[in-house]
Design a protein around this ligand. Structure first.
Ligand SMILES: Nc1ncnc2c1ncn2[C@@H]1O[C@H](COP(=O)(O)OP(=O)(O)OP(=O)(O)O)[C@@H](O)[C@H]1O
Ligand SMILES: O=C(O)[C@@H](O)C(=O)CO
Length: 416
């Protein structure tokens, strides 16, 4: 029976959270979409939705259906995972989904903490930083779907909920779990539905996790899950596991498919270009899914089976904007996602069994096309990105969040 039930608002975010739990000694399975049947056997089950930018009512309905499935399976605590950059708009979806979960779980209160210090996301005095910059000056202010122009999380979350939002500041967090617990109880008793909790180090996240041991609902990034496995061990519910990250061996050809155009992914493609066979597609020059797919497969035929290959559709912001201006934003995204999903499907037909996919939307498209329903989580490649095993399909998949991973990620993945 699962101990922790998680609802994640996108696919790579779900994998990121699962990775943290596995490193903490829990077995974890990521389920794609609201599960239809019984939940898999694991200490933590993470239901991956595509609700981050869905219409509010749809995001709430799907999250509630996921919550019902987790509760029916006996989960003792619910975790709502959103992005470490708090990706959302004044309409939602973080506030409305959290509100619905607070009500369903009769929790009255939940902490909110997107901090992920290992990847540069920290919260101080309620303000979110990315590296050395405020969220609103980090590039996230230009995000095409969820521009983040206010770094003050009390205001950002406050605009999305009719509940009141308080703060557990750094000075309290520094004092440890008992002080954090007292502060959260005080905020709840004074009528706050949420507390943004400051965190700039993993040690602080561990303390916050310990303080939230009895909470029905926790909301945040993967960082605030760091302390949760220890809570379940302390309660005698989770045995010591040396092999939580163990996955079945998979033999087969290896490929990387990149559809993310984020800075980190573009750097990883640049690094890989001279070090592994690389094909860079040009969707702006050839905005035709069938032609691009044929080009990729033609190129891959003779190369697959040797060293890992890389097929990238990613481009610079200028070229992405040019294609969007020509055929529309949605059509441009769908075109590239279709190509990479079809290429993935064909490569598997040709014997590929180990795939790295870069980008959340791209991962969603690939995973759907491959008909994958469940991913068992294995060892970490780089912070936030583990290898996974697609049960049923017999594939190794690594779903990389656009901005995660070191420059050598695509090579390192296959050395791991
Ligand atoms: N050359 C291109 N021109 C236009 N759109 C592109 C191009 N290459 C990729 N895309 C689209 O850009 C989007 C990238 O989103 P995706 O979620 O995959 O990456 P990301 O936003 O960097 O990752 P994450 O969501 O994990 O942060 C996809 O819809 C993809 O189809
Ligand atoms: O929290 C993060 O930054 C990631 O897990 C994510 O959600 C990327 O989409």
């Amino acid at each position: 029976m699962p101990l922790l039930g998680c609802i994640a608002d996108d696919f790579t975010g779900a994998t990121d959270l699962a990775n943290t739990l596995v490193k903490g000694g829990m077995t974890a399975v990521q389920v794609i979409g609201v599960p239809q049947g019984a939940l898999p056997e694991a200490d933590a089950v993470i239901i991956a939705l595509k609700s981050r930018t869905a219409p509010v009512a749809e995001a709430v309905a799907e999250s509630m259906a996921a919550c019902e499935a987790l509760l029916a399976a006996g989960c003792r605590q619910i975790f709502f995972k959103y992005c470490s950059t708090f990706d959302s708009t004044p309409e939602g979806n973080i506030g409305p989904v959290a509100d619905a979960l607070v009500r369903r779980l009769d929790a009255g209160f939940a902490l909110a903490c997107p901090a992920f210090p290992t990847n540069g996301r920290t919260v101080f005095q309620g303000h979110l930083f990315v590296g050395g910059a405020l969220l609103s000056e980090s590039g996230m202010e230009n995000h095409p779907l969820t521009p983040m122009r206010d770094p003050n999380l009390l205001r950002v979350l406050g605009a999305q909920t009719d509940g009141a939002v308080g703060l557990v500041p750094f000075a309290v967090v520094e004092q440890g779990p008992a002080a954090i617990r007292r502060a959260m109880t005080g905020l709840k008793e004074s009528g706050r539905r949420y507390a943004v909790v400051d965190a700039v180090t993993d040690a602080q996240l561990m303390a916050i996790g310990e303080a939230a041991a009895g909470h029905p609902l926790i909301t945040g990034g993967s960082g605030v899950a760091l302390g949760l496995p220890a809570n379940f061990r302390a309660a005698g519910l989770l045995p010591e596991r040396a092999d939580a990250a163990a996955l079945p061996e998979v033999d087969g050809h290896a490929a990387v498919l990149a559809g993310s155009c984020s800075r980190a992914t573009l750097g990883q493609i640049g690094f890989a270009r001279d070090r592994m066979p690389t094909l860079e597609l040009d969707p702006l020059g050839t905005p035709d899914a069938a032609a691009l797919t044929a080009q990729a497969l033609d190129w891959a035929q003779g190369r697959l089976g040797g060293e890992p290959i890389l097929i990238a559709a990613s481009s610079t912001p200028e070229r992405v904007s040019a294609l969007q201006a020509r055929i529309g934003r949605e059509a441009a995204g769908a075109l590239v996602e279709t190509v990479l999903a079809e290429v993935a499907f064909a490569l598997v037909g040709l014997g590929a069994r180990r795939l790295v996919v870069a980008g959340g939307e791209t991962s969603g498209a690939v995973v759907s096309r491959l008909g994958v329903r469940q991913l068992r989580i294995g060892a970490e490649i780089d912070p936030g990105v583990p290898w996974t095993y697609a049960e049923g399909a017999g594939l190794r998949l690594a779903l990389k969040s656009g901005n995660f991973g070191a420059r050598d990620f695509f090579l390192k993945a296959f050395e791991a």
